[in-house]
Design a protein around this ligand. Structure first.
Ligand SMILES: *Cc1c(COP(=O)(O)O)cnc(C)c1O
Length: 832
């Protein structure tokens, strides 16, 4: 355990206050993720938009006693704290963890590259866990913040470390190199992804190679020609710079001579056999995967195991058992109104903590339940391990705990001692399944977390609703990313209202609102009161504006503390009466001004009467004044937008003056946030951009959120001239292959996409709609994709086939496609 005094010395910081105890075991960066107050060191990071120093008082209140800060604090308010002052907290974090890393002399593997980092890391763990006690980055923790948090987990009992590193701009890898300091390097591959931030591909490769500046060996595939050239250059440069033993290269290739020369790759339905020559000896492995990405990832792992001197026969045996990696945390609908988070492929403390954070965000059910297997290979004694797990459950407010496995059973007392935690234990998964009773699970959010050998997917089957073959997947991490992109465009202090009307543009209700609440969004807006009620019922506590408050819903608005948009004098009078009879005062409302859309809202001439009504009584309080832009995305209409802005300034000013108080002013929607930053005012309203859609400058910065998928129900071979579908409108021009897929206009697939206007992706290739779209099904012409088989996945839209494209084919806008996806299409939410 470290102490503030030695940390301060390491960082050459100024020890403003030293109380000696308590010592430091954990680093805390996100105040919401506090688990161990006594032994955490809080390091407040500072960005253009957010200064985490503001959370220090709250954290002190909660018992945190160690702070590493870059601003002076009023010491008298923190009499018991140890406080270290440095210039830059992010830099200090990096320095601190780099120093921590130096305390260990074990093999460390560093992985970088465009794709496959996490899979290679997780597979290496699966392949080597019998030989070493391994520490690895949780999930894809590979950023300027994720890497230090990962490496900080290094403890004396570990025998091998595997960390991944990812960068988004030049200069970053140098920091990560010092923190990871890998002796063994793997460069997985180089792709086009994330090119933003780099001028050229070469620049990106060279920057990534910095990770291996002090490594002994680098494993890579020389078939990436540019990568190969850069590696060879890097290799000579390093040789010149250091006189120490230079960097050794272990290259593999499917095409030319290499240290590990791949001779053949043969696939059957389920497995791939790879034959190679290594040091002139023939070798082979077999893996239970057939896709190209898996082949590449497996060869990297193979090369590394050969380098470590593991016997070929042992490698072969373990490769055959490689398993799927859960790259994401999925939230699915379960039995008896439960939600299920299935993370049943691994269990370690790092990923358990992440999964518990996700569980804690879920407000929709009164009970939070964790089903956990023994945690294997933690390197800790069971006593201290399960003590820590029990502490985690308590901190995260878990109500019900089910422990499965021998070790956890032995330590059950630690869980039984947690106040308010109901706990149950089973020796094996089988025993749990034997005694499973559906009725024991009601209105709960259930996290399933088990090591692979416990086969928790069997429990998943009991708890989850069967998922239909057509699903809409919502990537919550991508949505959080998009929100952050827009947040970073806002000037300090500007609030953010998230538009979650129409079932969050088709993507969900409380699932999205939970995320937005967690990410510090200030306001939500819905179209109708019942949408707001649904959010309140699911535990959403943030303010909610209702844009169409019908008189019939006034009582719901009052009862559930929703805030109506008021757009006419008549509506104002009606609502005011309702509030008056309820006896409430100062009830928040939002005044909508019409500045050119001519849809809803007060006009300039109405303002004196409006102000009079509002000031005459104390029933209502204007929380905000707003208007809506008609064409903020269109450069050709910028003069019109500016005119709307001027009119809004003018009208809102007049109203504020008459009211005698200000209220929040807002007019900017997604497009205006970046196209018309002068209109950000006091708050902005983010809609479509949050869902990953923009046709302007933001396009490159946003990530795809929704993927609509379906499956092939049947494949048919047709003779020339045979027809397909209603009306027999499509005839095979030659011998043709047709795939029937499980989606139709009742699911929201526009019928106007019939007869080749619309296309879908199968096996990465576009297949046009053949004939007429039917209610529940349609047919695709897959003549040019011979590998199509029953059950294959079909992408209707997603990352590689943007919803914008679909909208364009249908002659409409993405908004209509997204909100038109029928409710019978099941939504699946996940975090990466
Ligand atoms: C839907 C809506 C928005 C969001 O618009 P986007 O173009 O999706 O960002 C903003 N304000 C109002 C009043 C809306 O109805």
């Amino acid at each position: 355990m470290y102490h503030a005094a030695n940390i301060s010395k390491v960082l050459k910081g100024e020890l403003l206050q030293d109380r000696g105890f308590p010592g430091i075991a954990h680093i805390l960066l996100d105040s919401r993720k506090l688990i161990f107050p006594e032994t955490s060191l809080f390091i407040p990071l500072v960005s253009a938009r957010r200064n985490a120093h503001q959370y220090i008082p709250v954290l002190y209140e909660k018992g945190v006693r160690n702070f590493l800060v870059s601003e002076h604090l009023p010491l008298d308010q923190y009499p018991d704290a140890n406080i270290i002052l440095v210039k830059d907290t992010l830099q200090a974090l990096h320095q601190l963890v780099a120093w921590h890393r130096q305390q260990f002399h074990i093999p460390v593997i560093g992985i970088t590259g465009s794709n496959g980092k996490t899979i290679v890391k997780e597979w290496l763990f699966q392949l080597l866990e019998k030989d070493y006690n391994i520490i690895r980055s949780p999930k894809s923790y590979n950023s300027q913040i994720g890497v230090p948090l990962s490496v900080w987990q290094l403890q004396p009992e570990h025998q091998l470390a595997i960390f991944e590193a990812g960068i988004s701009q030049p200069g970053e890898m140098e920091h990560l190199e010092k923190i990871i300091r890998p002796g063994i390097g793997i460069f997985t591959n180089i792709g086009e992804a994330h090119n933003e931030g780099f001028l050229t591909q070469r620049q990106k490769i060279n920057e990534k190679l910095v990770l291996f500046a002090k490594s002994e060996i680098l494993i890579y595939c020389k078939d990436y020609l540019e990568l190969n050239e850069c590696v060879l250059n890097f290799h000579t440069q390093i040789g010149k710079r250091d006189n120490q033993q230079g960097l050794q290269l272990l290259a593999w290739s499917r095409k030319t001579d290499a240290d590990l020369r791949i001779i053949s790759v043969d696939k059957d339905q389920t497995h791939t056999r790879i034959d190679a020559l290594y040091q002139n000896a023939p070798l082979h492995i077999r893996i239970p995967f057939v896709d190209e990405g898996s082949v590449e990832n497996a060869i990297h792992c193979w090369a590394l195991m050969l380098y470590l001197g593991i016997a070929p026969a042992v490698i072969q045996q373990r490769m055959d058992l490689l398993g799927n990696i859960a790259m994401r945390l999925e939230l699915k609908q379960g039995i008896n109104n439960c939600s299920v988070i299935n993370d049943s492929y691994n269990s370690d403390l790092g990923s358990l903590t992440i999964a518990l954070d996700f569980l804690q965000q879920q407000q929709q059910h009164p009970t939070r339940t964790v089903i956990l297997s023994d945690i294997l290979q933690s390197g800790k004694s069971d006593a201290s391990l399960y003590e820590e797990v029990a502490g985690l459950l308590q901190q995260k407010g878990i109500h019900k705990f089910i422990g499965i496995g021998k070790n956890i059973n032995r330590e059950k007392k630690r869980f039984q001692d947690v106040e308010g935690l109901k706990s149950l234990f089973f020796p094996t998964t089988e025993a749990f399944i034997q005694q499973f009773n559906q009725q024991d699970f009601q209105h709960e959010t259930i996290l399933l977390k088990g090591a692979r050998i416990y086969e928790f997917e069997r429990i998943g089957k009991l708890l989850e609703h069967k998922v239909h073959q057509t699903i809409l997947e919502i990537n919550l991490s991508a949505m959080a990313h998009n929100v952050r992109q827009y947040q970073s465009l806002l000037k300090p202090g500007i609030k953010l209202m998230a538009m979650v009307k129409a079932f969050s543009y088709g993507s969900g209700s409380f699932e999205i609102a939970n995320l937005l609440q967690f990410h510090g969004v200030d306001y939500l807006a819905v179209a109708y009161a019942d949408e707001g009620v649904e959010l309140r019922r699911a535990g959403i506590t943030m303010p909610i504006m209702v844009m169409n408050p019908e008189p019939g819903s006034f009582d719901a608005i009052l009862q559930w503390n929703l805030e109506p948009e008021i757009y006419s004098l008549h509506l104002l009078q009606q609502f005011e009466e309702e509030v008056r009879s309820s006896g409430k005062t100062d009830f928040p409302i939002h005044i909508k001004l019409d500045t050119g859309m001519h849809r809803l809202g007060f006009e300039k001439k109405d303002i004196p009467a409006l102000a009079l009504l509002l000031t005459e009584n104390g029933q209502l309080k204007v929380r905000s004044i707003f208007s809506h832009l008609a064409a903020s995305e269109d450069p050709g209409k910028d003069a019109f937008t500016q005119q709307q802005g001027r009119l809004f300034f003018d009208m809102s000013h007049e109203l504020q003056k008459a009211l005698g108080y200000t209220g929040i002013r807002h007019i900017a929607n997604s497009a205006a946030i970046h196209r018309h930053p002068e209109l950000q005012l006091d708050m902005v309203r983010l809609g479509i951009g949050m869902y990953g859609i923009d046709n302007g400058d933001m396009r490159e910065k946003l990530r795809n959120v929704s993927t609509l998928k379906t499956t092939v129900a049947q494949v048919k071979r047709l003779q020339p001239g045979e027809t397909v579908g209603y009306g027999a409108q499509w005839a095979a021009p030659g011998p043709a292959t047709i795939a029937t897929v499980r989606i139709g206009y009742a699911d929201g697939y526009p019928r106007c996409l019939s007869n080749g206007v619309g296309k879908m992706l199968i096996h990465g290739k576009l297949a046009p709609v053949a004939g007429i779209v039917a209610m529940d099904m349609l047919m695709l012409d897959v003549t040019h994709i011979p590998e199509v088989a029953e059950g294959d996945e079909v992408i209707v839209f997603g990352k590689d086939l943007p919803v914008q494209q679909l909208a364009q084919w249908a002659g409409t806008i993405p908004y209509e496609i997204l909100t038109g996806i029928s409710q019978r299409v099941k939504r699946i939410y996940f975090e990466e």
